[in-house]
Design a protein around this ligand. Structure first.
Ligand SMILES: C[S@@+](CC[C@H](N)C(=O)[O-])C[C@H]1O[C@@H](n2cnc3c(N)ncnc32)[C@H](O)[C@@H]1O
Length: 238
């Protein structure tokens, strides 16, 4: 259910480049191996809650532990999460949020938000994640949905805001330490006139009291079976 739409689009003046990591390069053998593993062991199926988008999704037989990669983060990229799903729903209902704009999907996971933005007419879409396997998955998922997305392995949140018009951050407040770093970065983006939308099912580390709720939707979440959770689309003040 939409309570009210998000604020009007703004134009950004931020021009810091998004740093590229060599590990994201499609000619990297580890990248190719990760893509081969994903294609062979995950199922390309309708995304939870957004069935028009297809994602390589893990199942009981995937045995993701066989896939090397980042020791720092679990394989979040193998599913879509309520925070990304609520942002995708919101963008599908209000495509003007992204149409013709430079979009950054921050903490992209499987890339559901980036794919939705591309389908809704974004001018340029970059999906960023710290997990190299997420980058491999996003690249496959973008191809499966016939959209162009630049998938970049990077930890941007200690850097200057990138040269985009809008940052979409789906389910990136799942961890208290990450939340501590995420909030100042998103604030810095707003100071540079970059629009920011956060999607989140009010996980414990989300600083909801410092955000503005724009809309709420009931969406599925990984780990909730067939049930739904209420998740919000939030804005943030500089
Ligand atoms: C819970 S998942 C959400 C994925 C996707 N947005 C969704 O909603 O389906 C959070 C993602 O954030 C990524 N992440 C964690 N710290 C990050 C950072 N500093 N920069 C970019 N991505 C990060 C993780 O690797 C993971 O893929």
């Amino acid at each position: 259910m939409t309570r009210r739409s998000s604020p009007p689009c703004s134009t950004t003046t931020a021009e810091a480049p998004i740093p590229l990591d060599e590990a994201s390069a499609p000619n990297d053998p580890a990248f190719a191996a990760a893509q081969a593993f994903i294609a062979a062991n995950l199922r390309l199926q309708p995304a939870l809650g957004i069935p028009d988008i297809h994602l390589y999704t893990a199942h009981a037989g995937s045995r993701l532990s066989r896939l090397g990669g980042s020791d720092d983060v679990p394989p979040y990229w193998a599913y879509n999460w309520a925070g990304g799903t609520v942002l995708a729903r919101h963008i599908l209902q209000h495509p003007d949020i992204v149409r013709g704009r430079r979009v950054l999907d921050l903490g992209a996971g499987a890339g559901i938000v980036a794919i939705t933005a591309a389908k809704c007419g974004a001018a340029d879409v970059t999906a960023v994640d710290i997990d190299p396997n997420a980058i491999a998955a996003i690249d496959l998922n973008a191809a499966a949905n016939d959209v162009a997305i630049r998938a970049v392995r990077a930890d941007l949140i200690s850097a200057e805001p990138p040269a985009v018009d809008i940052v979409l951050a789906g389910d990136v407040f799942y961890d208290a330490e990450l939340a501590e770093r995420m909030l100042p970065f998103l604030r810095a983006c707003r100071e540079k006139k970059i629009e920011v939308l956060i999607g989140d099912p009010r996980r414990a580390p989300l600083p909801a009291d410092r955000l503005t709720l724009f809309a709420e939707y009931a969406v599925p979440d990984f780990g909730h079976g067939a049930g739904e959770v209420v998740a919000g689309v939030f804005g943030i003040d500089p």
